[in-house]
Design a protein around this ligand. Sequence first.
Ligand code: WTA
Length: 642
Amino acid sequence: MKYSYQIKSLDEYKNAYKKSVEQPESFWAEIADNFLWLKKWDSVLEWNFKDPKVEWFKGAKLNITENCIDRHLKELGEKPAIIWEPNNPDERVRIVTYNRLHKRVCQVAQMLTNLGVKKGDRVCIYMGMVPELAYAILGCARIGAIHSVIFGGFSAQSIADRLNDANAQFIITCDGSYRGEKVIPLKDVIDDALVGNKTIKKVIVYTRTRTPVSMIKGRDVWWEDEMEYAEHQVEKNGIVQFPATSMDAEDPLFILYTSGSTGKPKGVVHTQAGYMVWTNYTFLNVFQYKPEQVYFCTADIGWITGHSYIVYGPLSAGATSLMFEGIPTWPDAGRFWEIVDKHKVNILYTAPTAIRSLMAHGLEHVNKHKLNSLEVLGSVGEPINEEAWQWYYKNIGKERCPIVDTWWQTENGGIMISTLAGVTPSKPSFATLPLPGVQPCLVDEHGNEILGNEVSGNLCIKFPWPGMIRTTYGDHERCRTTYFATYENMYFTGDGCLRDANGDYRITGRVDDVLNVSGHRIGTAEVENAINMHTGVVESAVVGFPHDIKGQGIYAYIIYEGKLTDEDQTRKDIMHTVSKLIGSIAKPDKIQFVKGLPKTRSGKIMRRILRKIAERETGNLGDTSALLDPSVVEDIKAGAIQ
Ligand code: WTA
């Protein structure tokens, strides 16, 4: 593959950026010319942010799997597409070549067709990090079914809500998944999610852990059986074939649920062509991928980072993408570094929370490994603090590897603001400059753009980029009000940001009620709703507090009317309720029982005060004169959990 649109110098970056702003249509048309189209577009971009309506490459026909697989087969058929490293380092590594990936994806496409899945149907995928998860995603895309991957840490109730919202009829899951020493019984969780469900027609179960599972006659089928049957159908005289469905550029590709500041998670919808071009372009430019390199993104495919930078971005570029089933701290905290040496990883893309946790385990785990194959390091998911940045740079990259701090969101589809590795200068804790096509701006609370440098404000984007969210599934109005109504004619990110004297951007964190716990997005309202379901709870308020490893921890203030004979037991019960309703990732770290919450006369909770108490900044709580009853603050301060 030729990467003719890979930016190679600071000047080239500046030119590309300028062109992407001045002539966005010809800029993107030129890049899009490098892909495989069944029919070219009629127009490159049509848009307004009022509805919003964003259409890229309208009129074009394509199939993303032909771009991720088929077009590479002639030259790269025997190149590893996926290197799979199992949870247990003693288990056999699996190397999936592009030829093999092609065969497996054709089989999945055939299997899904056999089971009645059609273009446009929603298929929920709830699996561990096994290659079959990638086959499942791409198999859906091959027939135009819309995949909706749910992270393995979500509870049955969360799954049920998502199945319902997406009106899904099919599920692909595993019997269980391995995470370090634990086995997570995924099919059991699915069974709980399906109690009373009448819309799911088929559940396909891949065997990974041999955990006993209940298989319901007529509904549940084994992946292995169905795939074997499909194999005979797709392979004739040694030639593997399953025609890829021709998709419209703007047909949905997938739904991915993410948390916001209100209500239940929303289904972010990405479409075919724009998402493909965006993930490919950003992958090649940010990481500066070279054809022989091994690239390792440690994210889970249950999150957007895994979608864009384990599957679609790297595969569309014909890259070798390493997929890891396990966790960074098992069998010991040297696991990432062992993998890097074992597979001679050149590019490592991970999260600040992982870096901080490995940092805390000490250098002895790092120093046992050479790490001399590494050339580029990446960070994603939350602001990376300077200390973690320096540690990563010095001890992992040996001061030789540029770090790309990549800022972006589920809604963005791919990286928005980042250094281009070794091409544009990096700066600790700064994402630095926008990718070509991204027009960031800072606004004040009235929506006025803040011009100039050495300023800070709320981060918005002024112009559409190919990978952006198109709608929230089943509720377009929610998409409009969440992202396009706060400020006129702009996409609002929910992040605060500063621009320094050089024009470099630094993301300072969310300005809405969204927490970022270990890089996972969690809405405070979501956690509060779950806590409030617990018997005896009258009201609750949830805020974030700084946490050494997780970045942010969850602090819950709860008014409880039941008898508190054993506070600790009640805390555990409430945490259990949150685990059941959302998943253990949303469990509060600290729970304080309070008599009242600081409210204004109009009944609004003053979260600012609660945040300060959780942050232990009780010296200056700011103006409390608007409070209905200022004495509650003293009580809360006195009972604050350290
Ligand atoms: C935060 C993850 C600072 C930010 C790809 C954003 C970051 C939210 C960075 C999106 C970064 C992500 N620096 N903050 N490099 N990357 N964020 O949807 O607050 O899971 O709004 O997407 O993570 O989280 P999401």
